[in-house]
Design a protein around this ligand. Structure first.
Ligand code: EPU
Length: 350
């Protein structure tokens, strides 16, 4: 049976977005539609009532700062489905709809016997949002196991395939945060999970957690469980307190700047990069600048992980920007290091 989508049923006017962003910022969309397949999307985009208006795609809303009401159409991605699409001698190819919950997808791959994504367990958000910022944690970035994606081009109305090179993945970065920002709705993502599996346990927190449990040769599920335990301890649950995960990228400085800082601050955590530059821990810089657990109005740095800004209740986008700017100014004054916000801003950029 063919599925005829009708935009009259899908388009809603003046919709609250408070529950569609994990920072829980108040904002309204002039128009809103949740779309679960491409015909529905096309029907909505062809509706004359939204012609010429700006569009904003929202997945889980867990890496998003809504700086105010959105005057155009908000598209909530509800594309579902997950399956093994291919298998060769070396790897499984697993596809999921952009609207699938990321953590549920990861756990499902583990249950099915296709390991590889376990270090990215419990990251909030959706499968379709994962490539936008190239999510990463505990020694693994999504790009490592990314194969391809299918996106809908909101400008041309065409469906486009992207391979790994097209996506231009970087540290918490991709084409979709740069030249392609705001233009695409990611409908489905395919991952390549190699059959030769090896646990990634080099990250200090993971090694410590497994050690504490007396696990020497962990299974993929045990790595996942360890990551879940660490995240639960250190990171705020968006269901309990509004936040968007790490609010700043870990800054990368040149070797000279690092040498200068290391001399003044012997305990400075640092991660040498392949290009000779050095990545610093923004959370450490923020804590040293006195911001861990500190608030400016209703927004503050989380008391167990200073890199996370939390909404203690009633914050607006302007409050988040004010706190973010205050933290950046203090870190800059104290260390001469400029912090860059990590989430996507819808509306005013700080
Ligand atoms: N640190 C402090 N004080 C703090 C926070 C951290 O001194 O308040 C120090 C830690 O002691 C450690 C270092 O900073 O020496 C790094 O801390 P951690 O291992 O907690 O990781 P992170 O660099 O703060 C990054 C990612 C997280 C990811 C973790 C684990 C970014 C922007 N953040 O945080 O990702 O979960 O590593 O891999 O790269 C996210 O992107 O939203 C996110 C949560």
């Amino acid at each position: 049976m063919s599925h005829v989508a009708n935009s009259v049923d899908l388009l809603r006017q003046d919709v609250a977005l408070d529950n569609l962003n994990t920072l829980r910022l108040p904002a309204r969309a002039a128009w809103f539609a949740a779309v679960d397949h491409v015909d529905a999307l096309r029907a909505v985009l062809d509706d004359p009532r939204i012609a010429g208006l700006p569009k904003l795609v929202i997945g889980g809303g867990s890496n998003l700062v809504l700086t105010g009401d959105f005057p155009g159409l908000v598209l909530h991605v509800a594309f579902h489905g997950r399956s093994r699409v291919q298998e060769d001698a070396e790897a499984f190819y697993i596809r999921a709809g952009g609207g699938e919950n990321w953590h549920d997808f990861v756990r499902w791959t583990l249950e099915m016997g296709w390991p590889g994504l376990e270090n990215l367990s419990l990251i909030p958000g959706t499968v379709g949002a994962a490539p936008v910022q190239n999510i990463g944690a505990y020694g693994l970035e999504m790009a490592e196991h990314f194969y391809s994606l299918r996106a809908y081009d909101l400008e041309t109305g065409k469906t486009v395939g992207f391979d790994k090179r097209d996506c231009a993945f970087g540290y918490r970065d991709s084409f979709f945060k740069q030249a392609g920002k705001g233009r695409y709705l990611i409908a489905a993502v395919t991952f390549r999970l190699p059959k030769a599996w090896k646990a990634i346990t080099g990250y200090a927190d993971v090694a410590k957690e497994l050690d504490a449990q007396g696990i020497v040769k962990p299974t993929p599920l045990q790595v996942s469980d360890a990551v879940v335990a660490i995240r639960r301890r250190k990171l705020p649950d968006p269901a309990e307190i509004g936040n968007a995960g790490s609010f700043f990228k870990n800054p990368v400085v040149d070797a000279e700047a690092y040498a200068r800082l290391a001399e003044q601050h012997p305990g400075l955590p640092h991660y040498p990069q392949a290009d000779g530059r050095v990545k610093l821990a923004a959370g450490w810089l923020i804590e040293q600048a006195g911001w861990k657990g500190r608030r400016l109005g209703p927004v503050g740095c989380y008391d167990k992980q200073a890199l996370v800004l939390v909404n203690h209740g009633g914050a607006t986008g302007a409050d988040v920007i004010a706190a973010s700017n205050a933290v950046r100014a203090d870190v800059s004054a104290r260390f001469g290091v400029e912090l860059e916000p990590e989430p996507v801003f819808a509306g005013v950029e700080p």
